[in-house]
Design a protein around this ligand. Structure first.
Ligand code: MG
Length: 277
């Protein structure tokens, strides 16, 4: 297997300093229907479904709907909500005009300004996931919209059995399929030392939470962590497309003033800091 090329990026904003990396691989599938968007302040993964070149279009439309947030400023809650609406609209229009009714999950986090401090706006539709590693503890922030999650909630299946359950890929919500529900969302204060992991189910169905946590704890650099997670999922079978984004919070400033933004920021908001074979 060729070694993955994973670049590492950083951005210094007056309110928050981040480093991140993203990696994706088609796995054993013939095409990759996952899409990823990782550029300050947006970190998203979408897992398209529908085949026949429609799942990949749906997932790309979903993440690209957030491109207007990309830049040197934190996003706002309203900006994220408008992007979510754009994502639903874009996938709906694609289906109406081209008849290829692909659907997609959408999961991840956007750094937003809430009262002058940086927060994570975590959002989810479907079974891609956002995890938070904080003080060495890994927790899944998002809750899957899936048949097996409903079985877990009902106490009919435990979390470990859910990973291998025959219906593990059946999701109950998507963008572009079924009824339109607003995504689940969570607002978390950003804290130094946090590590976010956003992934498609191609990772979480091959590796359990303990393996994911161990790897995240043992791998300081986001690019090494992203490459290792994908490599480990492929080694475990790689039966699905696998996509990961790893984001480290290096610094967070309390209520920052607008004029402070001039001292933060790089010429380019996504400058690679190191390469990898
Ligand atoms: Mg998948």
């Amino acid at each position: 297997m060729a070694e993955l090329q994973v670049g590492e990026y950083r951005f210094e904003h007056a309110a928050i300093q981040l480093r991140w990396a993203a990696a994706t691989h088609e796995g054993a599938r013939s095409m990759n229907e996952d899409s990823v968007f990782a550029s300050f302040p947006v970190f998203l993964v979408a897992d398209g479904m529908g085949g026949q070149a429609s799942g990949d279009v749906a997932s790309a439309l979903a993440v690209e709907s957030f491109r207007t947030l990309k830049g040197r400023a934190l996003a706002t809650v309203e900006g994220v909500e408008q992007s979510v609406e754009r994502a639903f609209r874009a996938v709906r229009h694609e289906a109406a005009w081209h008849g290829a009714a692909g659907g997609t999950t959408l999961a991840g986090a956007v750094a937003v300004d809430v009262g002058g401090t940086a927060h994570w706006y975590v959002l989810n539709v479907g079974d891609s996931r956002t995890y938070l590693l904080d003080d060495g503890e890994l927790q899944q922030v998002s809750v899957d919209h899936s048949v097996v999650q409903e079985l877990v909630d009902a106490g009919a299946v435990d979390r470990e059995a859910a990973r291998t359950h025959p219906q593990r890929h059946v999701i109950t919500r998507a963008i572009g399929a079924g009824e339109e529900h607003a995504p689940d969302s969570w607002l978390l204060p950003a804290e130094p030392g946090q590590r976010l992991l956003v992934c498609s189910d191609g990772l979480s169905s091959e590796l359990d939470d303990r393996e994911i946590a161990g790897l995240l704890r043992a791998t300081p650099s986001p690019s090494d962590a992203a490459a290792s997670l994908v490599a480990r999922a492929l080694h475990a079978g790689g039966r699905d497309n696998v996509t990961v984004v790893v984001v480290d919070v290096d610094e967070v400033e309390g209520a920052w003033r607008l004029e402070d933004t001039r001292r933060g920021g790089l010429d380019d908001d996504t400058r690679p800091t190191r390469g990898r074979r």
